[in-house]
Design a protein around this ligand. Sequence first.
Ligand code: SF4
Length: 410
Amino acid sequence: MTTPQIQGWCPGAWQPMASGDGLVVRVRPPLSRLTAQQALLLAQLAQDHGCGLLELTSRANVQLRGIAPERHGAVLQTLAQQGLLDSDARTERLRNLVIDPLWQPGDGVLEMAQALQTALTQAQGLDTLPAKFGFSIASGRHVGLAQVAADVRLQPGAGTGWRVQAEGQAMAWQAASSGQAVDAALALARWCATQAHARRAQGLHPGRLASLLQAANHAALSNLPGLQHLGRHPTPAINNDAPPPGWQANLGLLVAAPLGRVTAAALARLASTHAGGLRLTPWRMLLVEGIDPAGAEAAGLDDAQHWMNSAADARLRVSACTGAPGCPQALAPTQALALELAPHVPEGAHLHVTGCAKGCARQQPATVTLRAESAQRFALVRQGRARDAAQAMLGKNQLRDNPGLLFEEI
Ligand code: SF4
C-alpha cells in the first residue's frame, strides 16, 4: 500500500489546491445556500474556466476543478461580485461551519449559524487554530450531522438552550441561550488555538480538539470564560443516517448527483428555470427550496443522467474520489469503475472506490472498499476504511467480469 501525502488543510477560494487537472477552488457560500443567480454564475465559471463539473463536498461547499492558475484572479473577482467570497483567506478559513440543511424557519439553526459566523469573523486569538477546525449546527430533529467532521457541535437543548459538545466527548455543556452557546463554542476554539500554538512551538503536530482534550485538565477547562458556570451533561445518542433524496415536507426536493458531481449544464438548467434557493448539504446533495413536481421536471431534475431523486437509485450506494488523472496521488481511475459496479451493490451495502489509502470520498467504513494499488489492481477491504488491511487483491478485469465477487459473503 502506498502511503498517501496528507495535505492537512482544505482548499478554499483564496487558497486553492493544485491538483492533477489544475486548481481546485472551493467556494463556501454564506450559510451554505446559493441563490439561483449565484448557482448560475458557478455553472458559468465551471464551464468557462473549469472542467465543466462542480463537486459537492462533505462540508456543504461546492468546488470548481481544473481552473488554470492564470485564471484564478478572474474567478475570485467574479465570486466577489456575487457575494461568494470572504473578505480574506483568514475569514474564509475560520468560517468553517456545517449547518443542518433541513433547517426550518423558527428552529434557531440559521440564527445560530449567523451569530457564530459573525462572532468568528470578529474573534481574536483564533489564528493558530488547526487548519481544519470546524463547527456543526444541528437542528436535533433528525439525522445526519453525526458523521460530519466537526470539532465543536451545537444543537438545541431544552427551551431556548443549546448543547455545546466537543468532538469525542460524551458530555456536553448546557448553554441557557444562543449567545451563551456562541461564547462557549468560541472558548473551546480559543483553548484549542492556544494548545495548537504551544505544540507547534515544540515542533509537534498541532493535533485536533478531540486529541488535545484527551490530555486536558477538564476542571481547568470548565473555568475558562465562556464555559464557567455552564453545567455538563451526557448527550443522547444521535442517529447517523443521512436522509435519502426525495421530497422534504415544507422544504423542497433533496436531489443528489452521481458521485456528488453536477455538470455545469445541469446546474445552469436548474438555476435558470427555478428561482428558489439551493441549500448545499454535507451529504453531497442539494435541497432545491420550494420546488413543486412540475417545476422539478421543467428544471431537468427528472433527468437520471444528471440527478438522483430516489433512494432506490443504485448509484447512491457507491462513492469514489477524484482518482486518476485528476488527482496526482491516484494510482488508478475510480469514478467510471464505481458507476459501472453500482448496479451490483446490494441494497443496504456501500461500495467505496478510492485511488489511494487516503480515502477522500469516504472517511467512515464501507461494506466493501476497493483501493487502487496500481492502474490494474485493487485491494479489497471488507467492512473497513481505505487505509485498512486488505483481504484480497483483484484485477480490474476480474472485477468487471465477475462483479458478484465483491458482495459474495453478504
Ligand atoms: S483518495 Fe483519491 S482524491 Fe484523495 S488523495 Fe487519494 S487518489 Fe487523490
